[in-house]
Design a protein around this ligand. Structure first.
Ligand code: HEC
Length: 95
């Protein structure tokens, strides 16, 4: 019993490190903050519908620290350039 609980806890703890999310799945982690459609007065800019090139450019600038950000710099650093390109393609609606 105890052993099973421990194994389950360990599995949970290590899950994020082991699972490399596909671009489609990780795009969902962006929509938690970025609304699907532009909303008037929204504090966070909508990214859905932006071109992939715009998203890539913004993300790379956040990652490099050359674009001012409150949270996006830290978020962008968590992705490789290849992942950013895949994310941008899926967010912009390109298949
Ligand atoms: C914790 C909330 C949060 C999450 C999660 C998040 N963003 Fe952001 N995003 C922001 C905020 C806030 C800004 C405005 C810049 C800043 O203050 O960092 C922003 C700005 C942006 C911009 C620039 C838009 C513009 O016109 O200025 C892009 C592109 C972007 N985010 C892409 C993404 C992508 C791709 C993801 C998923 C990997 C993501 N964001 C996840 C909060 C978030």
């Amino acid at each position: 019993m105890r052993r099973a609980a421990l194994a389950a806890a360990l599995a949970l703890a290590s899950a994020p490190a082991l699972t490399q999310p596909a671009a489609g799945q990780s795009a969902a982690s962006c929509s938690g903050c970025h609304a699907a459609a532009p909303r008037v007065g929204a504090a966070i800019p909508a990214i859905k519908g932006r071109s992939a090139a715009e998203i890539v450019e913004a993300m790379l600038a956040f990652k490099a620290g050359s674009r001012p950000a409150t949270v996006m710099d830290r978020i962008a650093r968590g992705y490789s350039e290849a992942e950013i390109r895949a994310l941008a393609a899926s967010l912009s609606g390109a298949k």
